[in-house]
Design a protein around this ligand. Structure first.
Ligand code: ADP
Ligand code: MG
Length: 567
């Protein structure tokens, strides 16, 4: 099978329980929450073999590392995410690759220079936060998007597994979206304590009351995974059903890496053919264009809903550019407040903005409370939902992507309501431990061993999760003072991917550090009534994250765009 093709089914090998004592639960009610995917810290599973992700190990000749890595220090990633790594995992990395590479400082310099030129020439760019208008005026204040100099290694079996899961998750989202009662019931307690989820549910209830059915349904999703080093399992982090970012720039990073390996592959001992092709943006454009065709109004447009200031605008512009260029579909770009001011519902139910009928609304905003600073934005969201326009996503698809629903779907016998047994088995293999805070035994365990868990509120967009001591404190506080507010959170097993040496390029400067990667697989789903028009895996996003810590405090960490080197 060629690279980029993903249809084989994967056998993970045999996993068995040998000991359930670490949770010391004897009751069947608790036992059914155990998941064979938990590492031995949760339950003792067979010893690990090798882990899935790792940066291609580079042996630097005559070059000092810019950051020394202490395996026991907590590392922070991005704004708030924090991960602890264990040095012992390092030893498994070389098994993954043909051989550790040698890279001279001269070659490193050349690679970085070539990569920066390529990025500038090919639109691998974001707005520069140092320039005031960079989030509003295209072409003003651009800087290359942060990227990893070389792709990160990933075992082909994980890649195929993740690709294979995509159409199943696409279908799952659609089926769950049709079960309004399930969504309302699952989120009913969260609704009471989380104002944002509550507003989304209100819109959903209104649509249920008027029996509004979405006949044409479009989903542009991204399912994110990490490979747990201890169990060697590819585990899902989350499924994004709204505003799945980077379909545009991720394709460029794959091209960048292929270019660098074409130029310097011999010196590096790497083959550009091992970087899978990435057509995420073309396929997303195709899905939007096909949805537009289904709407069947030649003069209608596709509307991109953006934030008033958007430094990641080029990622979005790539998509609208391809819609125009390849599919001759016109696009417009509006904020929610502009939609409220300029939009109207016509008598036939269609949505018009400044006199133009909107065939498809593609949300790249609207996933966070910050996107609704006033009632105006909520009015716009409601107006869109009430209209006949195709929503990407509809309010139901949006709700299916919430973390609470992820946790509900992981409960025993829930997936079975929506999928066949074979599909259920495939999805379960990638489910990490997920619990509501009602589970007193797990909550107790999380208070004792906070480093093994992540506490997640119902938020999207990064920077919201709670780790370590903060997690412990929060759980204690919720237990003592704010019992109801427990419903605003879910607990998740913390996944520990293998870390390895990486070169992360930000603002023209190369940082050498230990890093971990998260794989995202894009999926497109388009359906008109009974006819599934598209249900496909659409390329990928690799993100690599790094941070440094020292005794005095925590240095700022960062994540960069990356691609995959299949091994
Ligand atoms: P968001 O909707 O904010 O993106 P995520 O669930 O994706 O929320 O969490 C944000 C980041 O936190 C992820 O990209 C990942 O790096 C980290 N993370 C989330 N869940 C886990 C987990 N269970 N184990 C380890 N890291 C996690
Ligand atoms: Mg995420």
């Amino acid at each position: 099978m060629g690279i980029g093709s993903c249809s084989s089914s994967i056998n993970h090998g045999h996993i068995a329980f040998s000991n359930l004592s670490s949770f010391s639960s004897s009751s069947a009610t608790h036992r059914r929450h155990y998941n064979p995917n938990y590492p031995s810290k949760f339950i003792h599973i067979f010893p690990r073999e090798v882990a899935g992700f790792a940066q291609i190990p580079l042996r630097i000749t005559g070059c000092q590392s810019m950051n020394s890595f202490s395996s026991s220090l907590p590392l922070s990633f991005g704004d708030s995410e924090s991960i602890e790594t264990e040095g012992s995992r390092e030893e498994v990395v070389p098994k993954l690759f043909p051989a550790p590479l040698s890279i001279s400082p001269l070659l490193l310099e050349k690679l970085v220079y070539d990569a920066l030129v390529w990025s500038s020439l090919n639109g691998l760019v974001v707005g520069d936060k140092a320039v005031k208008k960079s989030g509003t005026i295209p072409g003003v204040g651009m800087v290359h998007a942060p990227f990893s100099l070389l792709p990160s290694a990933l075992r082909e079996s994980y890649w195929k597994q993740a690709c294979d899961l995509t159409p199943i998750f696409n279908e799952l989202v659609d089926r769950v979206s049709l079960d309004g009662e399930f969504l309302q019931n699952s989120l009913s307690r969260t609704k009471k304590v989380d104002a944002f989820t509550s507003r989304l549910l209100d819109i959903h209830s209104k649509m249920m009351e008027i029996n509004k059915k979405e006949v044409i349904r479009l989903g542009l999703h991204r399912s994110d995974y990490m490979v747990d080093a201890e169990t060697n399992l590819l585990l899902q982090i989350e499924l994004n059903t709204i505003s799945s970012s980077f379909p545009g720039l991720s394709c460029l990073v794959s091209n960048l890496h292929r270019y660098l390996l074409n130029q310097h592959g011999k010196e590096l001992g790497l083959d550009s053919n091992s970087v899978p092709g990435n057509a995420a943006v073309r396929q997303f454009a195709e899905a939007l264009a096909k949805a537009w065709t289904e709407y069947d109004n030649e003069r209608a447009v596709v509307m991109f809903v953006g934030q008033p200031e958007e430094r990641n605008m080029y990622d979005q512009h790539w998509l609208s550019f391809l819609l125009k260029e390849i599919h001759s579909v016109n696009t417009i770009r509006k904020t929610l407040s502009e939609i409220d001011a300029e939009g109207e519902l016509l008598l036939d139910g269609s949505l018009a903005i400044g006199g133009q009928i909107v065939a498809v609304v593609y949300f790249r905003a609207g996933y966070s409370p910050n996107d609704y600073p006033s009632e105006s934005e909520w009015d716009a969201r409601l107006m869109i939902e009430q209209s006949t326009t195709i929503k990407c996503p509809s309010i139901t698809y949006h709700l299916v992507g919430t973390k609470k629903i992820q946790q509900e779907l992981a409960k025993p016998m829930v997936l079975e309501r929506f999928l066949e047994a074979e599909e259920v088995a495939k999805l379960r293999k990638c489910f990490a431990g997920l619990w509501s805070l009602d589970d007193s035994e797990i909550t107790k365990h999380a208070i004792e061993r906070p480093e093994l868990f992540v506490l997640k509120p119902q938020r999207e967009g990064g920077g919201n999760n709670i780790y370590g001591d903060d997690l412990k404190e929060m759980l204690l506080k919720l237990q003592q003072e704010k019992i109801e507010e427990q419903a605003a959170y879910i607990l998740m097993q913390r996944i520990f991917p293998t870390s390895s040496l990486s070169y992360l390029i930000r603002e023209g400067i190369s940082h050498e550090n230990q890093a971990i990667s998260e794989l995202g697989i894009y999926g497109a789903y388009l359906r008109n009534n009974d006819k599934v028009i598209m249900n496909e895996q659409c390329g990928y996003l690799m993100r690599t994250k790094v941070s440094s810590s020292n005794e005095g405090g925590v240095a700022a960490g960062f994540a960069v765009l990356d691609s995959i080197y299949l091994t």
